[in-house]
Design a protein around this ligand. Structure first.
Ligand SMILES: [Zn+2]
Length: 48
């Protein structure tokens, strides 16, 4: 994919997230997974 297109997609909020880390807290309902965009490096936390 051309870099410029990836940047446009990121700009539109369509990131290419990959799972980088998953933590499971004690006493918390479920866990939190960390997603990182391979193009712009944006980190997003997501409740599982
Ligand atoms: Zn991105």
């Amino acid at each position: 994919m051309p870099d410029i297109l990836g940047r446009v997609l990121c700009y539109l909020g369509l990131h290419d997230f990959v799972l980088t880390d998953a933590t499971f807290g004690f006493g918390a309902p479920g866990g939190i997974s960390k997603l990182r965009c391979r193009r712009c490096g944006k980190i997003k936390s997501k409740l599982m």
